[in-house]
Write a protein of this length. Structure first.
Length: 94
C-alpha cells in the first residue's frame, strides 16, 4: 500500500507576481496529474473535482496562472476539430 501522493512545485513560482490561494490550489491540481517533467493533459472538470473548486473558478485560476507565466497551456483539438482536454506545463523560472 502506498502513502499519500507528494506534489513538488518549483520554488520559483513564489518569485515575482505570487499566486493567490485559489491559484495555488489549482496549480496543485495540475501538478497532481503531471508527470516528472511537470506536464499533463487533464480536463478542467477533473481539476475541479480533485481540488473541490467550481469549474468556473478553475478556469479563472488557470487563465491567471498563464498570465503570470507560472503555467503554459496548450489547446488541443481532435482530428474533427472538437475540443479536447488542454495540456499544461508548470514553468520553472530562472
Amino acid at each position: 500500500m502506498s502513502g499519500p501522493r507528494l506534489i513538488i512545485l518549483p520554488g520559483s513560482i513564489l518569485d515575482g507576481d505570487k499566486p493567490t490561494a485559489g491559484e495555488m490550489l489549482t496549480l496543485a491540481g495540475i501538478a497532481y496529474f503531471g508527470d516528472k517533467d511537470r506536464r499533463c493533459t487533464v480536463s478542467l472538470q477533473k481539476i475541479s473535482e480533485k481540488t473541490g473548486q467550481s469549474r468556473r473558478n478553475v478556469i479563472l485560476h488557470v487563465n491567471s496562472l498563464e498570465k503570470k507565466r507560472i503555467i503554459e497551456k496548450e489547446f488541443r483539438r481532435s482530428e474533427k476539430g472538437d475540443s479536447l482536454a488542454n495540456g499544461y506545463k508548470i514553468i520553472s523560472k530562472g
